[in-house]
Design a binder for this molecule. Structure first.
Ligand code: DX5
Ligand code: ZN
Length: 224
């Protein structure tokens, strides 16, 4: 381990001013931009679709990390990748053919991730551990920004890291939900290499500075 990437989640940004929010995060050193897609079925909230991803793609050179919290991801994956997603994660809870979905994402030229809810055993990923490009450990129940970090998630990051290592896969573990400059170091020390943060960045008075501080706090965890 040794790398850590910060992925500000635009869910907490002002949707009427997405361009300037993203530019601020980029100036603060954002490594990815995390885009939360919600359909009102898998989660009780509705956000954005491919047209918004396409517009975002035009205003930043940072890779887009699209997190699909939707009931039928297979139906929309191609549209999101065409719109500019470099990384796509879908939830294991809605995928009876997880292997097929991951293979499909890769075949379209994007990195394929699988997202896991707080109540889903990490072991559910055992049989795709060799195949995944990243694992997204949810540290809140998906659907909303600004929720509290679920403490057990730290253990689950370790479990996901062990699972990948056991499969000989050095793919990163991403963690998403309730992360701030205070808890991020511990999560990186536990094995998280991609850090999603929404309200801690876009809820701050100065998102550029908040991104920079989040990265510094995350890098302190690398040293542990
Ligand atoms: C939650 C989303 C998260 C969310 C995180 O369903 O997947 O990406 O934006 O927001 P914070 O950092 O505010 O918990
Ligand atoms: Zn997310």
């Amino acid at each position: 381990m040794g790398t850590v990437r910060i992925a500000p989640s635009i869910l907490a940004a002002d949707f009427a001013a997405l361009g300037s929010a993203i530019t601020a995060a980029e100036r603060g050193g954002a490594d990815l931009i995390h885009v939360d897609v919600m359909d009102g079925h898998f989660v009780p909230n509705i956000t954005i679709g491919p047209p918004v991803v396409r517009s975002i793609r035009r205003v930043t050179s940072v890779p887009l990390d699209v997190h699909l919290m939707i009931q039928d991801p297979d139906r929309y994956i191609e549209a999101f990748i065409e719109a500019g997603a470099a990384m796509v994660s879908a939830h294991v809870e809605v995928l009876p053919h997880l292997h097929r979905t991951l293979t499909y994402i890769k075949s379209l030229g994007a990195r394929a991730g699988v997202a896991v809810n707080p109540s889903t055993p990490i072991g559910a990923l055992q049989d795709v551990a060799e195949l995944v490009d990243f694992v997204l450990v949810m540290s809140v129940n998906p659907g909303f920004g600004g929720q509290s970090f679920i403490p057990r998630s730290e253990l689950r990051i370790r479990e996901a890291r062990r699972l990948l290592d056991g499969a000989g896969n050095d793919a990163p573990v991403e963690v998403d939900g309730g992360i701030d400059a205070h808890n991020v170091g511990r999560l990186v020390a536990a094995g998280a290499e991609i850090i999603v943060a929404g309200s801690a960045i876009f809820g701050a008075a100065d998102p550029e500075r908040a991104t920079r501080e989040m990265k510094a706090a995350a890098l302190a965890g690398v040293a542990c």
